[in-house]
Every structure is written in C-alpha cells, then in structure tokens.
Design a protein. Structure first.
Lengths: 705, 368
C-alpha cells in the first residue's frame, strides 16, 4: 500500500515535470533566455540618396563607437586606471568616464562615432570591459545642397527630417544583433555561443532632383539672400511638366544637415511643401485656363478695365488703377495682369455654372496635398464652398483668398502647359537595393485631365506673350520661348492684409512650344524699393531658366527669332511692312527689327534698292524681309517712305525715326494718333515729322506685377 | 533466524551505481562554471570532491553489504543516543559551521558532516528493531503508539531546528514505517494532525519558512525574493523541453539557479537532458523503490523487513521531496537528491544505507 502511494506520487511528479517542460517550456525558456542574454544591436547601413544622375547626396560612413561593459570593468578591478586611460585618449573628463564604466548596468556608451585613430588606440590599449563597435554615420557630401529635401538622420541613424524621415522605412534597413550570454553576476560567459545576426542594409533612393539644376536654384537663392535687399525667405521649385518630376527644390533660409544641431528649427522648413501662401496674380493662369477651357471666353473677347471692378458694394482695384488698362482682348488681360478683367473672367465662369470654378481649382490639385513623397506636406486653404460669395470668386480669380503651397502651384501650372494633365509630383525616381536592383520604379502618375490639349496650347501662347509683351518681360531669355506669369500678393496677417508685406513670385515655363521645365521663384517679403513679382522674381527666374535650359541641352531657338510668336502678340497680329528703300542697310535692319520683322541682306552694298515683300504689305510679325542693296539711292535722297507711326509709343517712334534719319516733333503722351507727313509720303533725311500722342487710348503696359 | 546467506540483489546494486554515475556527471555539469572562478579556479573541483565521496561511500556500502544486518540490533540505542548528542552539540556549541540558512554542519577538523543525516538512519534502525519486537502492542494507543509518537516528535523537532527538509523525510519515513508495522489508521490520522500542527509551529518559529511556503504557491509574486529559487528552477526545467539543451549546454548553472549542484541539481539535469532525462531519473528512483519494497516483502525476519522498508522509504521519499521542490510542486526546503546531489554526508549515509539494504537482500532470496 505504501509502495503504491509512493509510485503514484512519483508518477504525479513525472506528469508535473512533463507539464512544466512541454506545456510551459517555451515560455519559460524564453524567460530564461531573456534573463541571461543581452542583445546588442548592430546598426544597418543606411541607404544612399542619389540625384537622378547617380551623384551621391547622402551617404553612410562607418565610424567606431566606444562602449563599456561595467560589470566586466568592475570585475577586473581596474576601473580607475581604465577611466584615466580613456580620458586621456578621448579627451574627456575622467570622473564622467569613471561614473559610466562603474554604473550598475551591462552596457554603457562612452563616446560614439569617434575618429579611427582614437578607436585604434583604445583597441591597442586592450582595457578590460571596454569595447568597440562599428556604427555608421550619415554624411551629406554636398553640405546644405538640397538640405530640405534630404533632411537628416540622428545619432542612431534614425530619420529626423525630410526624406530621411519620410522614407525612413526604405533607408533604414533592419538592424542586426549580437546576442551575448551573461551569468547572474553580469559577467559575459566566455564559452557561451554568441549569436550574430547580420543587419540588412537599407535600400537606396534615386531622386528626381538633378544636382546641377538644384545648384542653379541654390546659387540664385544665395545671391538673393546676400543681395543689398534680402527678403525674409525665398523658394525655387523646378519641375519637368511632362513627368511631374521635381528637378530642383530649394529654400532660404537653409541649414547644413551635417551640423543640424547648430541651426534653428525654422531654417529646416521645406517651405516649398509645408508652407502656404496666397499666390496673387500667378493664380490668374488657373483662372484663364478655366475660363478658356470651359468656353466662357474666347480669344477675341474684349474686357474693359476702368481701374476697378465692383462686386456689390466692394471694389476690386486694378494694380494700375491710376492709369486703367482700358479695352483689352483676353490675351492682353493676362499680359497686363489686369485685375478687373480677370475678376470678370472668374465671374463668367461662375455664372456659367455654380461651383464650376471651384471644380477646376480642385481638379488642378488645390486644397489637398499632392501626395509627394515628402513629410509634412500642407493641403493649402480654400474658403469652404458653401460660404463662397461673388466677392470671394472675384478675389480668388486674382489669387487672393486662396492659400496654396509652392508645389501645388508648380504642379497645377505644369498641368496647364503639358497638354492639360495633372501629374503627381515626384521626388523619388526609383528605389534600388545594395546590389543595384531596382526595387521600385516611380512611373509618371497621371492624376486627371484638367483642361483640353487645345486649351493647354492656347495657354502656352498666352503665357509666352506675358513674357514677350507683358509683365513677365524680365524673365525673357534670349533665344528661348519662355512663358510665365508674375504675381505680387499682399501678405495676410491678423485682421487683414499687412501693409508693405508682399509675396513676389514668378512662375515660368520653357520652351513654350515643348515645355521642359516649370519654374517657380517665390520671394517672401522682398525688402528694398522693388517688391513686384515682375521686378524681383522674374529676373531670378530668367537666370535659372536660362542655365537650366542650356544644361538640359534644349536647343536655342535664336535662329527662329523670326518666329512670329517670339516678339509679337501671340494672337497672330499682322503688320504692314515698312518701306525701307533708300535707307542704309544698317538703318533698314533696325527699322524692320523695331517693326518686329527680320531681314536678310543680299549683295552687301550700302543702300537698300528693293525689298520683298514690298512696303505696306501686311505680314505676320517676325516675318523675314529680303533686302537688295546697291550703291546709289533710288530716285534721290528724298525717296524715303514715311512709315505709319500710329499706335506706337513715344520711345518707339523716336527710335524708328532716328533709325531713318528723320527728326521727331512730338506733342502729348501715350500712343501716336496722328502724324505729318502722312504714311507713304516720300521724305528726305533730316525732315521733321510731327506726331501727336494721345493717352486716352488703350496701351500695353510694359512693367507691372 | 538462520536463513542461508545468498546473493545481493544486483538490480538494486546496479540502479544505485547508475544513479551515482549520473550524479557525478550532473555535479560536474552544474558546478563547473561556478568552480572555474575564485576561490576554486578548477572546473573539476566539485567533481573531484564528489568522486572521493563516492569512493568512500562505495567502500562503506560494500562493507555494509557484507556485515550481517542483525548485528545492528545492538547498535540501535547507541546510534540513536549518539546522533542525538551530536545534534545537541551543534545546537549548543559553536562547532556548527554555518552553511546556507541553517546550522547543520559538524566540523570535527578532519571531517565535516551533518548529524541530521546520521539521525535519519539511526531512527530508521531504531524503529525497525523496536517495531519488530513490539508488534503485538502497537494496537494500543498508550503503550504502543504514544511512545513512538513522543520519540519521533522529539527527534523531528531536534532535527527540524536545524534542517527542516531532513525532519520532513524523517517524519514521513517514520509515519510509513508505523503504518507498515500495523499501527491503527486512526492513530496515524492523529499523527497527520499532529504533523500539521508541528509544521505550523515550525513556521511560526522561523518566519522565513512561511516565506518559502508562500514562494512555492506563487513564485512570480516575489521573483527576486521568496519565489526566486522556485522560479529559477522552473526556468531551467522549462528550458529543457522534451530532449533538453544538451549536457553542459544549460544556462541555469551560470549562477542563476541557486544550490545548482546540491539541492537543485535535478533542475540542471532536466534542463540539459529534458523530459527524457528527468523522467528517466524518476523512473530509476521508482525502480529502486520497487526493488527495496520487494526485498522488504521477501525477508522473513520482521526486523530485516522493516529495516529494508525504512531505508527504501527514506531514500525514495527524499528523492520525491527533492524533485517535488524542483518542479515547484512542494515548498522549498534544503534537501539533497540521494546519490545525485553534491555532498559528502548525504552520499555516504545513503550508500551505507543501501549497503545495509543489500545485505538484507542476501536473506530475501531474491532469486527464488
């Protein structure tokens, strides 16, 4: 009986043993292992960030870090000597080190990412419990170039800003580990198996950014910030309108990601993406596109500017209300950046169908983030549609009362000129692994069609005319068909617009027949006497556009200067060919150039004896006139034909008459309305020509917002 | 009385040698990390010491195997009194050298041992003789049961003051021996009641015992205090799984598991050899118990029979309690695993007892 009880007791214990080992085993084993093992993480090498041509913008270098296993230091009994030696090698305080290496812990950093020479010295010194581990350190070889795009990574190689944080999962890889076993007193078990799990290095990112174009943008911003009148901040954004690829994105103020700790947070804002602004007149591109695409205006429609436009009791003033634009056709309203006209255009859209304007605005991508692969993108601010008044429609038409990001602006204008498709802005071209295999290729992503091909083509012509004829003149690059629009928006603050604070911008497209780049230059709070987009932003854009087009190898269209669109009004304007017979070859060329024509001289003698087409023939601007020359005048020195001067400005008239050797006697200002002798009269060199100018008539303004 | 002397029970002999061998391997495995550090600085320190103990124990066992157990009848009183005096000596003098928890060692300069271990076998011897001679009086409470109860009670208290684990083994062994020799079950139930009362008293005397008790019931409630030993034992055993992590490859011996080569050596074995090894060891003890009870049943002489049963119970019960503690089924008390744990007195006494058991087996006609 006693035996049976004993056997049962023993059997019960076997069952209990089996329960502990088989049922609880896994859990207990995990606990036991975590109790005696400590995992030392081995950082993965962070992926490289390249520009589109494979130039390295962010790389990872290896660096040695020094740590202590305090339990081992204490066991050795040499803590004091060790601290002293370390202090002298690392140039640190001995007491600080001593405190660290005698701490009640099994792992303590002493100094991270030290010079190789120092880590070598420490390795040679072979101090008990003092160990070296290889880590990687982020380095940005180009300094602050593209700093806002790249962002930076912290001491643990964790992404903190920019792409480094937005694409941390791609770049960081997976950390490996060294698992080491320790006894209950914290001493590393020498005979224990160390487990080494190698880290998986991060993938690399190839940006759409072109380092060289980025440099152009950075350089121009630097020039701007170091100029006599530096603005508060500024951004330049360059996009390929056909792909949505961002080629450059730069902001001022900026910082050096290698030394990010020493810069104020405000310098790290990627204003092109995270900040919004009221676009002002640049937004008229959207208004005009919408109007044309929805059929509420045609190119021949006339708009009258009396200096303001009333909506209810409110007046929206024209920027040139002191000298109203008067009657303009549609393209001219854009060239003049005429507020009352564009307000009328905007109201026409809304009159056609309520909500139509907002639909277009939203279709252009406003009011929500573009989805670019960058952190912290802003959505922009739009007045809620249900609260939208006619006055709001009016102000939005001229770019006030809507807040957008620079990126939204560039992406919308790219859609206007690329044939009408809104594309998702791309900052990443592809993601590649360590062996160069493409993990992901970012394709052109069409968001939606916004306007028709035809509307897009018309808009390109209109934008080109703004640069050729209108307010964007300062962005004109000789030899290239640049289009664009200026903008000068008052900055809103608490309780209204801030006096004297503006955002001046220029958004440009080039070349207009086949757009390769969309460029936005945004200057926040320009200081000094000039503040208009056409004055401060357009000249910056001109340099950037010129350098970028040359760099991209876009063929200069210098030889196509005669193309009617270069100088003339895009709305195919016919002019009468001046009669240049009996002028010198040099004079004739000048006269023809002033008239917007080109010339080709045959023979090479001094006096023009005949011309084709003949004087008074109606041709398109930019047409070529072939001149034949001889050494004698045809029919004497009084055989110069008086040109038609009406419609020309004072300076033009003076220039033209000067070129023909005639003298001007003028009266009045504005444009020429009457002349004596009348056109076609034969005159002699040195004759006096009387011209009456009249300010009442419409004129084309040459500078403005 | 004159039964012809036969052969010893080789199965018992063999199982003890196997246990001894396993013990040496496990002592080495459990102690080598501890031993390689100061002050020993010799991985084999405990193995060597235990091997000496084993050799001494085998010599004693072989001697005892060949000494007619009847001769011990005369030793009963001297052994009991001697053991009692030694225990007094420990309690009253400073000769007791302190080991963990309780003073239980007697250091005579040339040899250091635990008198409680001697008391254990002395009481078994006494009970075997006395019960076999007074069988007819056992049914009486006052003349039969009470004197034994008094004696056992005094012995257990004396032992328990120094070594609760051994006291429990003694009490359990005595209880079963009384039962085997025909004591009335009602009396035994009273004894159980008395035992519980005694245990409560002991707990009140030394509060740390209460903590051990609580620690056993929910070790995770105080993982660094009372539950520490049980938790570490369970972590080790659990890590073993079915086949174990491999001999020498266990992690518990890296000073996590206390008493790793003595009281908790079973946990080391279960970790390194898994359920296979752990269950095999328990089966060996079960086999040993089976052979021991067989000898006790077959011996005609009632003194021999009771002595064999007492020795078998003493060893099996100790194994049961030790393993029960290791698997968290019993509260923690310091008690060694017979033949396996490191420790001279325990091993030599156990082997001596087995020697006596083997001598009895010569008269059991096991081959019949």
């Amino acid at each position: 009986m006693a035996f049976v009880i004993l056997m049962i007791a023993f059997s019960a214990i076997i069952i209990r043993l089996a329960y502990v080992q088989l049922v609880n085993g896994e859990e207990l084993q995990a606990k036991a292992e975590s109790l005696r093992t400590r995992e030392l993480s081995v950082a993965a090498k962070r992926g490289t960030i390249y520009d589109r041509n494979g130039k390295k913008l962010a790389i990872s270098l290896s660096a040695d870090s020094i740590y202590a296993a305090p339990t081992e230091v204490l066991a050795s009994g040499e803590a004091d000597a060790t601290a002293e030696k370390l202090a002298s090698i690392l140039g640190m305080d001995k007491e600080t080190i001593l405190a660290k290496i005698t701490k009640n812990s099994s792992f303590e950093w002493i100094k991270r990412k030290v010079d190789f020479a120092k880590s070598q010295e420490i390795e040679d010194a072979d101090m008990p419990g003092i160990k070296i581990i290889e880590e990687t350190q982020r380095f940005y070889p180009k300094g602050s170039l593209a700093a806002h795009i790249l962002g930076f990574a912290g001491i643990d190689n964790q992404g903190l800003e920019g792409l480094e944080i937005a694409k941390d999962d791609v770049l960081s890889g997976t950390a490996g580990s060294i698992v080491t076993e320790y006894d209950a007193k914290g001493i590393e078990i020498p005979q224990a198996v160390k487990e080494y799990n190698p880290p998986t290095d991060g993938n690399s990112i190839v940006l759409t950014i072109d380092e060289t174009i980025q440099y152009f943008a950075e350089r121009e911003l630097d020039n701007l910030m170091t100029s006599e009148y530096p603005p508060a901040s500024a951004s330049i954004l360059i996009m390929n309108p056909k792909t949505g690829e961002i080629l450059a994105m730069a902001n001022r103020p900026t910082y050096d990601p290698n030394d990010y700790q020493n810069y104020d947070n405000s310098t790290r804002r990627n204003k092109a993406v995270v900040d919004t602004y009221e676009p002002g007149s640049t937004f008229k591109i959207i208004t005009a596109s919408t109007a044309y695409d929805s059929g509420v205006v045609s190119l021949s429609d006339h708009f009258y500017c009396k200096g303001y436009y009333s909506i209810g009791s409110k007046r929206i003033k024209c920027w040139r209300s002191y000298r109203p634009h008067g009657d303009q056709i549609f393209a001219q309203t854009m060239q003049n950046s005429c507020n009352p006209s564009l307000v009328q255009v905007g109201l026409r859209i809304e009159a056609k169908e309520e909500g139509l304007f907002y639909d277009y605005i939203r279709n252009f991508g406003y009011g929500k983030p573009t989805g670019v692969e960058l952190a912290g993108e802003a959505a922009g601010i739009m007045i809620p549609e249900e609260k939208l008044s006619d006055l709001n429609i009016g102000t939005i038409s001229i770019g006030q009362g809507i807040s957008v990001t620079p990126l939204q602006m560039v992406s919308a204008v790219s859609a206007v000129v690329n044939g009408g498709n809104l594309l998702k802005p791309q900052i990443i071209k592809r993601i590649v692994d360590n062996d160069g295999n493409v993990i992901r290729d970012f394709q052109v992503k069409e968001v939606r069609r916004v306007i028709s091909e035809d509307s897009s083509s018309v808009m390109r012509d209109i934008l080109e005319s703004v640069v050729a004829e209108g307010t964007g003149r300062q962005a004109y690059v000789e030899g290239y068909r640049v289009g664009g629009k200026t903008g000068t928006a008052q900055k809103a603050g608490k309780g209204g617009y801030l006096p004297g604070k503006y955002v001046a911008s220029f958004i440009g497209v080039a070349p207009c027949d086949d757009p390769q780049i969309t460029v936005l230059v945004m200057i926040d709070e320009p200081s000094g006497p000039l503040y208009q987009g056409g004055q401060v932003a357009a000249p910056v854009a001109k340099v950037v556009i010129e350098d970028t087009l040359r760099y991209l190898g876009v063929v200069s269209q210098l030889s196509n200067l005669e193309d009617n669109k270069i100088r003339g009004n895009t709305v195919a304007k016919k002019i009468a060919v001046p009669n240049v017979i009996n002028l010198t070859a040099e004079e004739a060329e000048k006269v023809l150039a002033i008239a917007g024509l080109t010339s080709e001289i045959k023979d090479g003698s001094n006096i023009v004896t005949s011309q084709t087409p003949a004087g008074s023939t109606m041709v398109e601007t930019g047409s070529r006139v072939i001149l034949r020359t001889g050494n004698t005048t045809v029919g004497g020195t009084d055989q110069i034909t008086m040109p038609d001067l009406t419609g020309k400005r004072v300076r033009e008239v003076a220039e033209l008459l000067g070129a023909m050797g005639l003298k001007l006697k003028s009266s009045g200002t504005g444009i020429a309305t009457e002349q004596l002798p009348i056109p076609g009269t034969k005159v002699k060199r040195g004759d006096i020509v009387e011209v009456i100018f009249n300010p009442e008539t419409e004129s084309v303004e040459t500078s403005g917002p | 009385m004159l039964v012809k002397r036969g052969k010893i029970d080789y199965w018992t002999f063999l199982v003890v040698l196997v246990l001894l061998g396993i013990g040496l391997v496990m002592v080495l495995s459990a102690s080598q990390y501890f031993a390689q550090n100061k002050p020993y600085e010799d991985s084999f320190y405990f193995l060597k010491a235990q091997a000496k103990n084993a050799i001494l124990g085998i010599v004693v066992m072989v001697l005892a195997m060949n000494i007619n157990y009847q001769k011990y009848r005369k030793l009963v009183w001297p052994a009991l009194i001697g053991a009692f005096l030694l225990m007094m000596l420990i309690a009253l003098t400073s000769l007791g050298s302190s080991a963990k928890g309780a003073e239980q060692w007697l250091d005579l300069g040339f040899v250091r041992f635990q008198p409680s271990e001697i008391m254990k076998i002395a009481l078994v011897l006494f009970l075997a003789k006395s019960l076999s001679e007074r069988r007819e009086m056992l049914s009486s409470f006052s003349k039969g049961f009470l004197p034994y109860l008094a004696l056992i009670g005094v012995v257990c208290v004396a032992v328990a003051l120094q070594d609760l684990g051994t006291a429990m083994v003694i009490a359990g062994t005595a209880f079963i021996m009384l039962y085997c020799s025909g004591t009335r079950p009602a009396h035994l139930m009273m004894l159980v009641g008395a035992g519980i009362a005694f245990f409560v008293f002991m707990v009140m005397l030394e509060p740390y015992r209460m903590n051990r008790l609580l620690g056993f019931m929910d070790p995770w409630s105080d993982p660094l205090g009372t539950g520490y030993q049980t938790i570490q034992s369970l972590l080790a055993i659990g890590s073993g799984g079915f086949t174990g992590v491999g001999l020498g490859a266990g992690g518990a011996k890296w000073l996590y598991l206390p008493e790793r080569h003595t009281d908790f050596i079973f946990a080391v074995m279960a970790e390194e050899t898994g359920l296979l090894g752990g269950a095999f060891l328990i089966l060996l003890f079960m086999f040993f118990a089976w052979r021991g009870f067989n000898i006790a049943m077959k011996v005609q002489d009632s003194f021999g029979s009771l002595l064999a049963a007492g020795i078998t119970i003493m060893i099996s019960l100790q194994a049961f309690i030790n393993i029960g503690i290791a698997v968290g089924a019993l509260p923690v008390t310091g008690i060694t695993l017979p033949f396996i744990s490191y420790g001279g007195t325990s091993l030599v006494i156990s082997l001596a007892a087995v020697g006596v058991l083997l001598n009895i087996s010569r008269f059991a006609g096991m081959d019949r």
